[in-house]
Ligand binder design. Structure first.
Ligand SMILES: Cc1cc2nc3c(=O)[nH]c(=O)nc-3n(C[C@H](O)[C@H](O)[C@H](O)COP(=O)(O)OP(=O)(O)OC[C@H]3O[C@@H](n4cnc5c(N)ncnc54)[C@H](O)[C@@H]3O)c2cc1C
Length: 375
């Protein structure tokens, strides 16, 4: 008997689930992606040291490094001024998400996963509910044209996904970004500006090649304040106007929400698991989410895979260990994101940057931003 599983979405969470499931036998995996691959994704495309290590464990680290742009340092600036340049011993890299996601999805397909791109999943089809507060077992998924029988579903449909909606403790961040060539003084370091226009979040310049950078902001929604586009303009005006003289904007600006939380919860229903941003598993302060998506997808495969391999139904009680494992692996990071965000509301960062030449302040900055640079 072959059990069939549907993955909704071919972002990092979807492909990590797909790659993870290939380690189990007797499972047919179909990964649905609403857009044709390669597709665009608004993202800084920064791969932190822990992301690269996880990609190694998944057997794709070498291929990713071959395409990625290595980062050699980070410049961290506060509400004004040049900030501080940090170097360290970590490895980080940037790989345009269009290419990164395509690489992972292709890798999953080459290992036996069926990729159906250009196909949007409309609903998860269930048996009648056994009780008023419980969901029926998963029978299949419905696309615009077909109903396909499946035994389990991993929801990797990202921040805009609707299959695993729940009230989770955290917030939605707003972003806007664009791609540019010819930005003055851009190099192989990432630049992060804790500017007043986006406080307590930040604006960034991430180099993708020796010519092209992406520039963006992430911020919280504030009903009375300027909207995201106004904040983006303010950020460029305040920090980058001179450096953008003579630069070309390569495409239109794009925005996308980032669903974050500080406590992983409501990730499992009868027959389904949510991974990545479908479960709001991104960092509240930094909006880092690729690692969280890969790790939760890989973990989803490790929970769903053995259940289906044994030919059992993925009931809520069998799937329940997933939430605990995600908390164990990501809980400290998610809680740390909340703590960092609270501290960024205070003048602490600017004070640290003022004392940047003192060894303790520098050591603290070096530790806090370890995810951003490579020495
Ligand atoms: C501007 C911006 C900058 C960021 N920068 C960084 C960064 O530098 N580093 C970092 O680590 N993180 C960053 N993030 C966060 C990161 O992009 C996300 O956390 C990550 O992409 C989440 O991965 P995912 O697989 O859960 O979802 P996604 O990558 O969003 O993938 C979900 C996929 O599901 C598909 N889908 C949705 N609904 C359906 C459906 N019904 N049927 C079929 N397919 C469907 C979508 O088309 C999409 O391809 C950034 C986010 C933004 C918005």
């Amino acid at each position: 008997m072959t059990e069939r599983i549907a993955i909704i979405g071919a972002g990092p969470a979807g492909s990590a689930t797909a790659l993870g499931l290939e380690r189990y036998s007797g499972i047919e995996t179909i990964m649905f992606e609403r857009y044709s691959m390669p597709r665009r994704k608004a993202c800084g495309s920064g791969l932190s040291p822990w992301t690269l290590k996880l990609l190694d464990r998944m057997g794709v680290g070498r291929k990713v490094r071959k395409q990625a742009y290595p980062i050699d340092g980070a410049r961290i600036a506060g509400k004004d001024g040049e900030g501080v340049e940090l170097r360290g011993e970590h490895e980080t890299a940037i790989l345009l998400r269009r290419d990164f996601d395509h690489l992972l999805a292709r890798e999953a397909a080459s290992r036996g996963v069926e990729l159906r791109d250009g196909v949007r999943v409309k609903n998860v089809v269930r048996d009648d509910p056994p009780g008023p507060d419980t969901r029926g077992a998963v029978r299949g998924i419905r696309t615009g044209t077909d109903e396909i029988e499946v035994d389990g579903v991993v929801d990797c449909s990202g921040a805009n996904g609707t299959f695993s909606r729940a009230d989770r403790p955290g917030r939605t961040l707003h972003t806007l970004m664009g791609w540019y060539e010819g930005v003055q003084d851009a190099s192989d370091v990432v630049e992060v500006f804790f500017d007043a226009s986006v406080k307590p979040h930040y604006g960034w310049i991430f180099p993708e090649t020796d010519k092209r950078v992406n520039i963006g902001i992430c911020c919280s929604a504030d009903a009375d304040g300027p909207n995201v586009r106004e904040r983006y303009e303010q950020f460029l005006d305040r920090r980058l106007r001179d450096r953008l003289k003579g630069a070309d904007q390569l495409d239109r600006l794009v925005g996308h929400p980032v669903k974050t939380s500080y406590w992983a919860t409501d990730l499992v229903q009868n027959g389904t698991i949510a991974a990545g941003e479908a479960g709001h598993l991104a960092d509240m302060a930094t909006a880092e989410g690729i690692y969280h998506a890969l790790l939760s997808g890989w973990t989803a495969a490790d929970v769903m895979g053995p259940i289906l391999e044994r030919g059992e139904r993925p009931t809520p009680s069998r799937l329940a260990p997933y939430t605990g494992r995600v908390r164990q692996k990501l809980g400290m990071r998610l809680a740390g994101g909340r703590a960092l965000m609270e501290s960024l509301r205070t003048p602490m960062m600017d004070m640290l940057l003022q004392f940047r030449s003192s060894p303790p302040a520098r050591a603290l900055l070096t530790k806090a931003f370890a995810g951003l640079y490579h020495g």
